[in-house]
Design a protein. Structure first.
Length: 75
């Protein structure tokens, strides 16, 4: 299912610039993420399916594999 997809992405908080390497889930989308430094809650930008597509250096596996984004969302 995710063969060929990169599963780690570096998330960058837009509020404080903190960067954290996170493992992307392959079966759901991560809709919220709390910054480890400042506590800001990251949400996807308009048009993006998850926080990795908005704030990560690598988009989520479904986007990488050209499936158009996530189908299950964790809130």
């Amino acid at each position: 299912m995710t063969e060929g997809a990169i599963l780690d992405s570096m998330l960058t908080c837009p509020a404080c610039g903190h960067r954290a390497r996170e493992r992307m889930p392959t079966d759901v989308c991560l809709f919220f993420y709390d910054c480890q430094r400042c506590g800001a809650q990251l949400k996807p930008k308009s048009g993006d399916c998850c926080v990795f597509c908005s704030y990560g250096d690598v988009p989520c596996p479904p986007v990488q594999l050209e499936r158009g984004g996530c189908t299950r969302v964790v809130r």
